[in-house]
Design a protein around this ligand. Structure first.
Ligand code: TMP
Ligand code: MG
Length: 297
């Protein structure tokens, strides 16, 4: 019953009393967590989006950069190109988060955004050797509690798949510089392709944008096949497109979906409550996912 669920949460996972936590069906969440706990941590895998999920949305009232923004704001990009990338962001980001438009309508527009942005980046002749410096000079910030999140999953040999429509080379560098790129981490993302001189001349493989993660998962069935013995999934995302990140998991038993609702909160609250089991509203920490992981291990 509702009262038991509330009791369960507050006693066993006190972080559920945090002001940011919203749930449409707390009893369902309780059932999923109890089943996962009974199954044991050796049946668990974590699948997380990167930008605005593992990284912060804002810090001291200022927006934090996505993988793309880390490059866009750097010295590697000339002023004219910076302006063009900013114009693209101002045009397409409102479409990405517009809950009044159906996904089918947004799909071609997202492809357009990523394609144009990548073409602009390629024109800048970005050098592979400069990426580490650009990341270290950027304002990229992993969410508070990232240390426990990455270290604890590693210590308990729980696989972490980071599934990002950002840029793989950049996100790897962010987690490497934070000292948490452990051996249990796998990344599906857009990786840069460099020529023999180490200059960017394209992107590898099929494009991943915010609304085609299901297709991305289907291209990587081998990864999920290896994790067949881990049918319990903790999914973390900030976009409705992130809900399909676990579609490649074979013989899924339980999935607990946690959604960070960072922006346009009032417009999107109901969509998020209907789609994610737990919604974290304007929460810049990993406290709740960490508390669940602690309970499950
Ligand atoms: P994610 O899948 O790791 O969240 O990455 C996707 C985010 O990247 C998405 O929210 C939009 C953002 N993005 C930019 O900030 N600039 C760009 O040029 C592009 C193409 C995407
Ligand atoms: Mg995201």
């Amino acid at each position: 019953c509702q009262v038991c669920s509330v009791f369960f949460f507050i006693v066993l996972i006190p972080e559920f009393a945090n002001i940011s936590v919203c749930m449409k069906d707390p009893e369902r969440v309780q059932d999923i967590i109890v089943s996962m706990q009974k199954a044991g941590s050796n049946t668990l895998q974590v699948i997380a989006d990167f930008d605005m999920t593992l990284t912060r949305f804002a810090y001291n009232g200022k927006r934090c950069p996505t993988c793309h923004n880390i490059l866009d704001n750097s010295l590697l990009i000339d002023d004219e190109c910076k302006k063009e990338l900013k114009d693209l962001l101002n045009t397409y980001y409102p479409i990405e988060i517009d809950s009044s438009r159906p996904v089918e309508e947004k799909l071609p527009l997202m492809v357009e955004w990523w394609t144009k942005a990548h073409e602009l980046l390629i024109e800048q002749r970005i050098r592979k050797d400069d990426l580490a410096k650009v990341v270290s000079q950027s304002e990229a910030k992993l969410r508070e509690g990232y240390g426990f999140f990455f270290d604890h999953l590693h210590e308990h040999s729980i696989p972490l798949l980071i599934f990002s429509a950002g840029i793989g080379d950049i996100l790897e560098e962010v987690i490497r510089q934070a000292g948490v790129f452990h051996s249990n981490v796998n990344v599906f993302s857009n990786y840069m392709d460099f020529d023999e001189l180490g200059v960017l001349h394209g992107f590898k493989g099929e494009l991943i944008h915010v609304y085609n993660k299901r297709e991305g998962a289907m291209l990587n069935t081998g990864h999920f096949r290896e994790l067949r013995a881990r049918p319990n999934v903790l999914l973390l995302g900030d976009s409705l497109g992130d809900l399909s990140m676990a579609d490649g998991v074979q013989d899924m038993e339980n999935i607990l979906k946690i959604g960070f609702l960072n922006d346009k909160v009032e417009d999107r609250r109901q969509f998020y409550l209907d789609s994610f089991d737990i919604v974290l509203v304007k929460d810049e920490t990993l406290d709740v996912p960490n508390a669940i992981i602690r309970y499950l291990t």
